[in-house]
Design a protein. Structure first.
Length: 272
């Protein structure tokens, strides 16, 4: 019996060692990053990222994206931003004529709501309106880029001074960004014409029109050719004249009249 004692000690020692190893292994997962976060540790960088990737601030106001050409017509989106958030999205241009009218009337409101909900251009395509959805997203992203660029250029002048962007205080500018703060983009009311609506947007800086464009114009059939030929002319004329006193374009009398009407509306909103 005595001879078996050393064997018994070896068995007991081995069992104790195995138990210790098992105990250590069972404690190891506590050092895993997921456990640490659950216990109040540091949050992983991906989780700490803010919505929209913590990108630049979006300037309040309206921003109209570039027109996106699609197989069935152009799509152009305008955003309204308030408090750094998208509060409204609308397609100021969309495919029309024939079946496109029905598809557009069904798809565009959904895309508008999706843009406001997503607060970005990462929105799903509407079933049955693939081309329109793709064009919508493209123009929406362009509008967001413009709004962010405006927010970036306007931020230095807007911090620490009460309302430098107000046009009534031209003497308040203090150097950097003062001129940019006074530049404004204003969209006029929609003017209804015999061949379709016309809507004009102007950019005003230093009391002068620096840019003009028709964000809506008659389309479909012959109107496409007339619009593409006529609209660039009043755009240039508005900048040159600095007012709505511009000549009608030959062969586009109704479009020209609607253009002047919406242009005057935009200038009235910009303060003359």
């Amino acid at each position: 019996m005595r001879k078996s004692h050393p064997v018994r000690r070896v068995v007991l020692a081995t069992a104790a060692t195995v138990s210790g190893i098992v105990l250590l292994l069972s404690l190891k997962p506590a050092s895993d990053p997921g456990s640490a976060a659950a216990a109040g540790g540091a949050v992983p960088p991906a989780a700490a990222r803010s919505p929209q990737g913590g990108a630049q601030a979006i300037a309040d106001g309206t921003a109209t994206g570039d027109a996106a050409r699609t197989r069935y017509g152009a799509v152009q989106v305008r955003l309204t931003v308030s408090g750094g958030k998208i509060t409204k999205a609308e397609a100021v241009r969309a495919p029309k004529g024939g079946r496109s009218d029905r598809i557009t009337s069904d798809a565009v409101p959904r895309l508008n709501r999706a843009a406001v909900s997503a607060q970005g251009a990462e929105i799903d395509a509407v079933s049955g309106a693939t081309y329109t959805s793709a064009g919508y997203r493209q123009s929406l992203q362009s509008a967001l880029d413009k709004a962010r660029a405006a927010g970036s250029s306007g931020s230095p002048g807007s911090s620490g001074s009460p309302g430098p962007s107000q046009p009534a205080g031209p003497g308040q500018g203090s150097g950097d960004g003062a001129g940019e703060a006074r530049a404004r983009t204003v969209t006029g009311d929609v003017a209804q014409t015999q061949y379709g609506p016309v809507q004009v947007r102007v950019t005003v800086s230093g009391g002068r029109i620096t840019g003009a464009e028709a964000v809506r114009a008659p389309g479909g059939g012959r109107s496409d050719r007339i619009t593409s030929d006529a609209v660039p002319k009043p755009n240039r004329a508005a900048v040159a004249a600095g007012s709505a006193e511009i000549d009608a374009v030959s062969g586009a009398t109704y479009t020209s009249a609607g253009y002047r009407q919406s242009l005057q509306s935009a200038l009235d909103r910009a303060g003359g």
